[in-house]
Ligand binder design. Structure first.
Ligand code: CP
Ligand code: NVA
Length: 309
């Protein structure tokens, strides 16, 4: 079995295998309906337990469909209805019970430490469904989407991120090293990624470029990513942060500085970081991006269950 906690911890070979498997499975499902099971029924009889300590629409639904299409089932626990959530049971015992009843555990949490703790006591794989430091299932799926749209390896493309240095960006940075692509980041001064992120990139011979000017960051971009300026449970002065990001809004004027056929991607939900014109416009592929979560998470589940071909 394999945990899926951060992209940094997974080998480039395994990450590429997941993306390749997702493509094959997606291609084979063209004539199947939403709840039809893949022909090989690889996770028949398996139960994925999901728990969300923070809101979710896409991750919740895409994991539901992913495990169903692989022949398994899922149950979603409400964190505040567990003894653990109310402080009446230890995390270790909760993990042992999850391992007794279930075959996999997907957790969205406000605590990276909690994921680490769970991974110590679980005897089933844990999947990070978003934590303060990363959002690995989202970004691996985004790599798949980029290659599907551009029909070439991501290593041959210029990738740009305009926005906050948050969990999604951390995973994108890890992906830039694992998949060897050029990443330009545009963010206001004092909102750059933390030093340990740069140190990790340097140690792994990666390269990222930071610009405190959105126009410079988007120049020559094939793909422009963004995300909300205010993340879930972000404990900041929201008014000030939104004001600080004002000149980093992705609008038609900014996107015109990228390559002519540049693609806009956003994990959703959205805020003021992108104009509706761009978000709903011809460069945007955000709905395909959201749908692809299902396909890539299926291959992530197979990786976790040791069943990736
Ligand atoms: N992109 C994403 O993870 O969406 P949800 O928060 O709705 O799961
Ligand atoms: N950075 C965002 C991603 C939401 C899917 C957040 O953490 O809220």
């Amino acid at each position: 079995m394999n945990h899926f906690i951060t992209l940094k911890d997974i080998s480039a070979t395994d990450l590429r295998k997941i993306v390749t498997d997702a493509k094959k499975r997606k291609d084979k499902r063209k004539k199947l309906s939403t709840l039809d099971v893949d022909k090989d029924n690889p996770l028949k009889g398996k139960l994925l337990i999901q728990m969300f300590e923070k809101s979710s629409l896409r991750t919740r639904l895409s994991f539901y469909l992913a495990i169903k299409q692989l022949g398994g089932g899922t149950i979603t626990l409400r964190a505040n209805e567990l003894h653990l959530g109310k402080g009446g049971e230890s995390l270790a015992d909760t993990a042992r019970i999850l391992s007794t009843y279930g075959d996999g555990f997907m957790l969205r949490t406000d605590s990276d430490k909690k994921i680490e703790e769970f991974s110590k006591y679980l005897t089933i794989p844990i999947i990070n469904g978003l934590s303060p430091s990363s959002h690995p299932t989202q970004v691996l799926s985004d790599i798949f989407t980029v290659e599907e749209i551009k029909k070439k390896p991501i290593s041959k493309l210029n990738i740009c991120w305009i926005g906050d240095s948050n969990n999604v960006l951390n995973s994108l940075i890890a992906a830039s090293v694992k998949f060897s692509f050029k990443l330009s980041i545009g963010c206001p001064k004092n909102y750059e990624p933390k030093k340990f992120v740069f140190d990790w990139v340097k140690k792994h011979k990666g390269k990222i470029n930071i610009y405190n000017d959105a126009k410079k960051a988007v120049k020559n971009a094939d793909i422009i990513f963004s995300d909300k300026v205010i993340s879930l449970n972000d404990k900041v002065n929201k008014t000030k942060k939104i004001k600080d990001f004002k000149s980093f809004q992705i609008n038609s004027k900014l996107i015109s500085l990228a390559k002519k056929n540049a693609t806009f991607l956003h994990c959703l939900p959205r805020g003021t970081e992108v104009s509706s014109e761009v978000f709903l416009g011809k460069n945007s592929k955000v709905w395909l991006q959201a749908l692809n979560r299902v396909h890539v998470q299926k291959s992530i589940l197979l990786y976790c269950f040791g069943k990736l071909r």
